[in-house]
Design a protein around this ligand. Sequence first.
Ligand SMILES: [Zn+2]
Length: 497
Amino acid sequence: MPGLTCLARSDFLHDSTGSDQAANAGSFIASGSNAAQDSAASTLPAGIGDPDRRILIKGGAVLSMDAAVGNFAVGDVLIEGGRIVEVASKIETGDAAVINASGKIVMPGFVDTHHHQFETALRSQLANAILINDGRASARLNYYEAVLQQASMVYRPEDVYINELFGSLSQLDAGVTTVMDVSQIHHSPEHSDAAIEGMMDAGRRSVFGYFEGWGDRAQYPQDAKRIKQQYFSSDDQLMTMVMGGEIYLPGYETAWKIGRELGLPIALHVVGTFGMQETFDTLGASGQFGPDNIFIHMTGMSDKGWKYAADAGAHVSLSVPIEMQMRHGMPPVQKAIDLGMSTSLSTDVECTMTADPFTQMRGLITLQRMLANEKALAGEDYPELMTTLEAIRTATMGGAEGLKLDSKIGSLTPGKQADILLLNAETLNVAPLNNVPGAVVTLMERSNVDTVLVAGKVKKWRGELLGFDLGRLTTELAASRDHIFEAAGLERDLFAN
Ligand SMILES: [Zn+2]
């Protein structure tokens, strides 16, 4: 990894020799430990991991998220060369490596269209905080000042790397097979390289969102050309790129121009409390929105601005729990539905809320139904109530559309990449299985994510993430946290309220 002093890639792969001893000693095997990984990996079906061998996921409840493919109470999914080749009630193959999916829900991986992974070391530090200082004593610790103006300024490339890697692995564990990372941490080309390396080393499908950085060595936005050429010259890889173009920052016009010259989608935060409604309306009125725009939040925007966005075919990324928690404004769930816009879910910041997809889907569906139910109770006309299947669609196909990856991921469609989850439906919190989308949205959580495949490669198996020394990475992340807090002058108080 260029310019970094932290561990080389091979160091992250655990040494199975030592771990076997622990397993053989019969000691308690903690989930996430090397011994637990080895124990799980020893049960991988024969032939898994052989690139020439097909994989048959057999006998699961298949939720394809593709109406043309349909769903199967008991069905099979066949994978070849990292792609889905067939989905049917029963597939006969003589030679495939077989994954038994009995008792599991088989569905496409979740997609998160906006996640600031560089903040992983700051987890829960701003659990009680709002977005910007409103003058009250309780807002003394607020996101804009503590994270964007303090903490983010002291990140070194090695901090970026470990935060990106750890955040990626945590979401992979939770079934999020694709993310768009939005890290305002590009203080130098080395910072950008470290962000890309961290995501790449996690082995997950990731979209590198190239946003701003600060200081003498910041090269945003013009370094986009080098980055695209060096890392993203091919579309046939796990990682792709999106250009950040924040309209509340000076010079966004250049970022939009470079992004469009490079053929990259343009993503930006659209938050009324940042005073950007007028700029947004002006851009919309002058015809500068397009289907390549990813508008994050869309809180506090005018009806006119919404119409420009909808007419242009722009995409909306909603971070429902964060928007409610941090005062971005009312999550515009119903507005996006009423305008028929392509919409996805995004986790935003773990300094304030978890990045698991189940929390996202429950936030989305309960808010939409609460608002509709209030209207119904008041005797008013009310919109259709969102269903659990619609919530899952937003968290899968919606995200794929937003990141321009819907020809590759988002559903179990033959020809698409095999980004697939097996969710355990026989656990204490779910059994007996009576409704598949209902169980996923209203009952499940991270512990139900049994198996995760990305492009046909097994990343999590029998509840264990494979291939990483998580203990070592946790220590690395804590050391990064120590540096960030000390250098930024952030107070550490485990019981701050
Ligand atoms: Zn954000």
